[in-house]
Design a binder for this molecule. Structure first.
Ligand code: AMP
Length: 497
């Protein structure tokens, strides 16, 4: 089965209803979107099945039509993070062997010099001609194992790699999302607040399958006020947002729009303190996902109800152990924690998180060494460390590369960051290990805020073991982050050396 089928079915069922919106403006009905995607596909078929077609654009309504056009032509969608520098996009386009690049006017001008592939401006004259090409036939015989999406990882720990995602992988993700997290229908909307090259774009298939509106903010980016205004204009809104975006929504001090029903957060740590503030501001509309490009959006998760206290817990929100966890295995995914020697870890024991199931990629594009290191013994090795409790609740500690080993003890930065962030004078905190002759490594905390080291020591001593306390605090104006807002620990460590 080809992912185009999802659009084909939505168009058959909801043809005249609005499908794609730019701000408050309807751009296409489902029938028009299907036709446009098939005409664009007609113009792409000359590249042949399996050709990689790259898209580099701020969030835009055309990303939806291009995604389905590329699938209808049995080609591979290669979205680029629009926040990357053109010089960073060049190596990705080279690695993918892109046959064609579609870029927004702003990005396209800077791209031509960095790739031999033809770069065409989305929406310009040539593009409009494609939209009048003869329609491609609906693809009926695509092997679901065929590549649908080359997902370039954010590269927080090194060079960006292309995770190969098949039609089957994304269908498994789609079904799991609808089973675990959200039940959109033709009276629902998906608001694209986060980049459509990654999390928000991955959620296009489940919402298209159900005929839910695809709403792209007019700014093409995330602006908290614009996002909340859009929720007043469209029915039953859902969105995927990175944790930092959720905090920015809360900082607006605005009430939850009545139509905003679901926010899926994840892709990076959401600290308990921030999550509680978000729950207090907007109520139990939150769902957490833990996933990675290699198992898109789907390893474990917390449903809306998991955020709320059970009768046994009493009133309010779920206990901190639950809010600070990454939840339970997602439908159709087997998750395990492996201890030393690759044996399953005991309850409470920390080890590497691995998973398997139809969501797991088939490997990294053009990178057999990385594939071998990551897909071993039937498991995807996530590189994340965590532990299960007796009920199947998974707590993620850190990426294995970020753990600090001091005097032979493992120290998990996230645990220290969680406490530091409780201090009202701390806006952001990033904890890393610095090389040390005596201890091997010592803990150093980078702090954005005006708390004093004495205040922070006092708070930490009340909460966690003395040996985990930072030996040094570095006060900085901001933490280095990648374009998805993930803190670059590697860069913090470099600053220390
Ligand atoms: P990427 O492939 O760029 O999406 O990065 C995936 C990584 O982000 C995972 O391996 C985790 O280290 C981290 N991550 C994803 N989801 C969560 C979450 N809910 N909580 C904490 N970290 C997360």
């Amino acid at each position: 089965m080809n992912l185009f089928t999802l659009l084909d079915q939505a168009a058959a069922r909801h043809g005249d209803r609005g499908a794609v919106y730019h701000g408050d403006q309807q751009v296409h009905t489902w029938a028009a979107l299907r036709e446009r995607a098939l005409r664009l596909a007609g113009s792409l078929q000359k590249f042949g099945p399996g050709a990689r077609i790259a898209v580099a654009s701020e969030n835009s309504p055309q990303i939806v039509e291009l995604m389905f056009a590329i699938w209808a032509a049995e080609c591979v969608f290669v979205p680029l993070n629009y926040k990357l520098h053109p010089r960073e996009m060049g190596p990705i386009l080279d690695d993918a062997g892109a046959a064609q690049v579609f870029a927004s006017a702003k990005i396209g001008a800077a791209l031509s010099g960095v790739t031999p592939a033809p770069v065409e401006t989305i929406g310009a004259v040539e593009y409009q001609k494609r939209c009048t090409a003869e329609m491609a036939a609906v693809p009926r015989v695509t092997d679901p194992a065929e590549l649908a999406w080359l997902f370039y990882t954010s590269g927080t720990t090194g060079r960006s790699k292309g995770a190969m995602l098949s039609h089957r992988n994304l269908l498994a993700m789609t079904v799991s999302h609808l089973a675990d997290f959200d039940s959109p229908d033709e009276n629902s909307s998906l608001i694209h607040g986060a980049p459509m090259s990654h999390g928000s774009g991955l959620y296009v298939p489940p919402y298209v399958l159900r005929g839910a509106r695809q709403v792209v903010p007019a700014s093409g980016a995330f602006d908290p006020d614009e996002f909340l205004d859009l929720c007043d204009l469209h029915p039953r809104c859902s969105a995927f947002l990175a944790p930092t975006m959720v905090s920015r929504l809360v900082q607006t001090d605005r009430d939850r729009p009545a139509n905003l029903e679901t926010i899926v957060y994840g892709g990076g740590p959401m600290y308990v303190d921030s999550l509680k503030k978000a729950l207090a501001a907007f109520g139990p509309i939150f769902v957490q996902l833990y996933g990675q490009g290699e198992a898109p959006m789907t390893i474990t998760g917390l449903r809306r109800a998991d955020h709320v206290a059970t009768q046994a817990d009493g009133a309010g929100w779920a206990p901190d152990e639950v809010l600070g966890s990454v939840g339970y295995a997602r439908s159709g995914v087997d998750v395990a924690v492996l201890g030393p020697g690759g044996m399953p870890a005991a309850v409470g024991e920390i080890g590497e998180i691995v998973c398997r199931g139809d969501v797991v990629m088939s490997g990294y594009w053009n990178n057999p060494a990385a594939t071998l290191a990551t897909l071993r013994d039937g498991w995807l090795h996530t590189g994340d460390l965590g532990s299960f409790d007796g009920n199947g609740l998974l707590t993620l500690r850190d990426r294995s590369k970020d753990v600090v080993i001091s005097g032979g003890s493992n120290i998990y930065p996230r645990e220290i960051e969680e406490v530091l962030l409780e201090h009202p004078g701390v806006v952001e905190a990033g904890v890393v290990g610095a090389p040390d002759e005596e201890w091997g490594e010592v803990v150093v905390a980078f702090i954005v805020g005006d708390a004093t080291p004495e205040d922070l020591d006092k708070l930490l001593l009340q909460r966690i073991a003395r040996f985990k306390r930072p030996k040094r605090y570095a006060f900085v104006d901001e933490l280095p982050k990648n374009s998805y807002g993930k803190v670059l620990k590697r860069q913090l460590r470099e600053q220390l050396s």
